[in-house]
Design a protein around this ligand. Sequence first.
Ligand SMILES: [Zn+2]
Length: 322
Amino acid sequence: MDVQFLGTSSGTPSRSRNVAGLALRASGSKHWYLVDCGEGTQHRLLRTSLSVIGLRAIFITHIHGDHCYGLPGLLASAGLMNRSEPLLIAGPPAVERFVRAVIDTTELRLPYPLDFATVEPGWTNDTLPDLRIDAAPLSHRVPSYAYGFTEKAVERRLDIGRLERDGISSGPGWGQLQRGQDIELPDCRVARSADYLLPGRQPRRIVVAGDNDTPMLLAEQVRDTHVLVHEATYTEEVLQKVGPGPQHSSAQAVAAFAETAGVPNLVLTHFSPRYQQGEGKLSMNALEDEARAAYHGALFLASDLQRYALDRHGVLAALADA
Ligand SMILES: [Zn+2]
């Protein structure tokens, strides 16, 4: 599975960061998914290898503009490119109202169907070919969700020793057994696939959270999760100054939660534009330092267009070609 950040700023874009957007793809899939679609997301996409034709579904975490104002332009562009495949748009109820209002008032005609899914606590989706999706409610000024993406197919290896012991010689039958099919042997015995498959590995799982001031709400959802992507809008000191009104998390709070929950990879994003490169209290280093002090797993601070690959062993690596 891999993810690519299309925007990593909160509220407003900066010279180096656009507002929220993240592309996610299951290994080997030609389809991809978008989580949030801040204004300008389609411009960021032009700098990636991703196309709106291959986009299968969009998951909006919450209705704030920095997470969804890019939807109308992206949907319209996909229409002008003659997209014909249906597109799933999942999100809190306001997302459908917003998109339908824009379509109506701007007389937008799309040559492909939009399928809206209303996300509420406990929502899941099992209709996509490669990933199973679940949603968990967060705490923000408007309904906000975290989406969990779990790969559906886990490759299984054959128990060669047992096959040989049972006198089942290699051939096309091995492939059928590996694909889950039972086979009849020349001596009329039936070999059951389940008897010859070794236990599969844990399916890869990534949770991408929307804006949220209470990371603990993710405790259940991040169980058996390899990667948590979460906002870290402020350092703890700035959060204390700003006060609880905006309902965001500090890098320290998210890191401390990820440490307690035992999440092996943490990717922070959605940084206040006040944090710049360099040193000092309002620097990316300050955000990173306080997260590292509280978290001992693999920590990443996302930047726009950065890609990360999650391998079969649950190791997340930043790819160099960003
Ligand atoms: Zn936001």
